[in-house]
Design a protein around this ligand. Structure first.
Ligand code: PYC
Length: 335
């Protein structure tokens, strides 16, 4: 149920009984990584137990969907915002566990969010310069804090699942691209015929939604039937020294303002597989708003392991108030 169906707004002055439930206060720190926001819940979140993070993520998705929505939906958040809840890791080697989420569900991993998380922990004095292993629902990543804002993230192994997949997209025609994993599933294409410019985001959003619908219609998936919920358009960048610019449609329908850590990882895996990127070579990836991540890959036990580097800034320290008498306490979203 989204907030729109539950928000029976009362007119001012109508009698309203006070709820027996207490008001919930949630502590959160907001940041942005290359323009893409992250809201890290540091207190007041639900008890997700001590099981594997993938199980806790499924629990957050289903049993605590209202909490998830309250944190990221309007009016406290918006479709662009990625939420993160800090949890106890299961592995003693990890300094933190984290589950990322947006207005429609949980994410496997989030690169910009991990950079934002480390800037948040640095802001709180809970992270020192150096590496920290972080447990996510799809594996352990290593985030290295270089200074208060600059972070590199050694991501989960990334790979191309299928090359040269062709789909017929309504109003566009045939589009060919690769299906790749970088901690989330991506369809990556340069075959779109559009300029990746900020003033084109409406059209880019429309065509990436059409591509996603075509993939779903044709049953094109990631491994084990996984839904491809991120669509990545690539093009050369006009900026000297930058390998490419991207536009990425996220699951909730918003576009990533950052170059997308998991999307860049998936792209790096494809470039490496095509022999266009050598181990250790730096690839600079630009987002549609002009922010840049630096990425490279190493091969470890036969797997492609990307590292992404970017910067994040804390933008707010907040206490979210979830008043049970508020008809929009869990927010609303069009997606
Ligand atoms: O940076 O990996 C990322 C990401 C995923 C969704 C939004 N950002």
């Amino acid at each position: 149920m989204n907030g729109a169906t539950q928000g029976n707004q009362r007119a001012c002055g109508e009698h309203c009984a006070m709820s027996a439930q207490p008001t919930l206060r949630v502590s959160a720190i907001d940041s942005h990584t290359g323009g893409e926001p992250t809201r890290v819940v540091i207190g007041g979140g639900p008890d997700l137990g001590t099981g594997p993070l993938s199980v806790r993520a499924a629990q957050l998705d289903r049993e605590f969907a209202d909490f998830r929505r309250a944190v990221v939906n309007e009016p406290r958040g918006n479709d662009v915002l990625v939420g993160a809840i800090l949890v106890e890791p299961t592995l003693a080697s990890c300094g933190a566990g984290v589950i990322f989420f947006n207005t429609v569900g949980t994410l496997g991993m989030c690169g910009h969010g991990t950079i934002g998380l480390m800037a948040t922990l640095a802001h709180l004095g809970r992270a020192q310069p150096g590496p920290m292993d972080i447990e996510t629902p799809v594996g352990v990543v290593t985030a290295t804090l270089h200074d208060a804002h600059c972070v590199s993230v050694r991501n989960v192994p990334s790979f191309r699942h299928s090359k040269g997949v062709r789909v017929n997209v309504e109003g566009i025609g045939n589009v060919t691209g690769d299906v790749a994993w970088g901690g989330n599933w991506f369809f990556i294409t340069e075959d779109h015929g559009h300029a990746l410019e900020l003033n084109q985001v409406e059209r880019l959003t429309q065509i990436t939604k059409q591509i996603r619908a075509a993939l779903e219609r044709d049953g094109v998936t990631g491994a084990d039937g996984a839904i491809i919920d991120h669509i990545e358009l690539n093009a050369p960048s006009p900026t000297a020294g930058v390998g490419g610019r991207n536009f990425i449609l996220c699951p909730g329908g918003a576009y990533d303002r950052s170059p997308c850590g998991t999307g860049t990882s998936a792209k790096l895996a494809c470039l490496f597989a095509d022999g266009k990127l050598a181990e250790g070579q730096v690839w600079r990836q630009e987002s549609i708003v002009g922010s840049v991540f630096e990425g490279s890959v190493e091969v470890h036990n036969g797997k492609i392991v990307p590292t992404i580097r970017g910067t994040a800034y804390v933008t707010a320290e907040a206490e979210l108030i979830l008043d049970p008498d508020d008809p929009f306490v869990h927010g609303f979203s069009a997606t």
